[in-house]
Design a binder for this molecule. Sequence first.
Ligand SMILES: Cc1ncc(COP(=O)(O)O)c(C=O)c1O
Length: 419
Amino acid sequence: MADIFERLVKNYGPIGQHRERAYGYYAFPKLEGEIGSRMIFRGKEMIVWSLNNYLGLANHPEVRKIDADASAQYGLAYPMGARMMSGNSTHHEQLEDELAKFENKEDAILLNYGYQGIMSAIDTLCGRHDIIVYDAEAHACIIDGLRLHPGHRYVFKHNDIEDFEKQMHRATKLISEQGTGGILVITEGVFGMAGDQGKLKEICALKGKYEFRLLVDDAHGFGTLGKTGAGAGEEQGCQDEIDIYFSTFAKSMASIGAFMAGPRVIIDYIRYNIRSQIFAKSLPMPIVLGNLKRLDMLRTMPELKEKLWANALRLQQGLKERGFDIGKTDSPVTPVYMKGGVEEATAMVQDIRENYGIFCSIVVYPVIPKGHIIYRLIPTAGHTDEDIDLTLQAFTDTKQKLDAGAYKVEAIPDMAEAR
Ligand SMILES: Cc1ncc(COP(=O)(O)O)c(C=O)c1O
């Protein structure tokens, strides 16, 4: 018999294998100081492009005040227990009502975390005869939700409507052969790596041709897209055709928790059947009051979204003018595509951090194909023109060095922190 622990430590996985050189630098870095566009990393000030603090709410004085006041009043314990048993409050219900109204849906349900919430919702919504049709680049939480699904699933090529129709045709055929079951389509409002919006309008337009319900994960669109900030459905003019709208509070709201909004009868069904909420403690009151305040600011301070977009466009335009490939983004998420190996990518990150004071995330193999590097920049309402201009200059300099082979190193530079 194999010992499970022995097998695990033989292979720490694609990122874990680099842990001895990466800890505290490329992996598990510690950003310190007040959350904003400038933070401290290893004692040095950095311009930070890694935080989904889109509207800059994380450190807003009114947000800090409500978080502090609500914590002083309630502590983290109240209310105790799961919502269904003893963990409900009028503020939890108020937040659900306000979210439903904002998303133009009949009802909403709070989820403790987006990740486990959406997984559990997929499990709640689909039985073994149902078929799930989903986008190939769906977030890990959707993929893990699919793992809980005992029935069939068909994946369509990312944002490819022709392939979507092919999979819908297969799914429809199987349902009619089975004589039972329905179809749930799952896609995203904004894909968080490439920043391209999901083709919600095109998918919704096919509702007459195929019979299905649509669940949209709009983690990156909520607060950043649409006239009022209600997200990708509002932006694309198809919010009413989205059957279940999901977003986390972890991005534009700079908080924690998540929600789903949809028809009252279905949200009520979820409320009484979603295992991740029924068998888990509800969101603590400071989080709920903090989210009510954030939602109010998101709705009433359009200048935050305007500033976010002004910054996003300045950054994206500047990168394009300098010849960088930023792919197909039509959201604030700004990927910069380059060519190089994992070692080169890490040497370049080291240079950009140590010599230019820029902190951004890199994505390399195995998340993307070998030989490719993505630098992922998240502009926020809190960035300044100076932040953007310094970053553009740093990217221009380091790209020249990358192309000249200056980052060709034998191994990942050892930047690990002792633990
Ligand atoms: C698209 C998407 N869905 C869901 C989640 C998970 O949300 P949470 O952080 O609330 O668990 C994330 C990441 O935060 C995400 O990017």
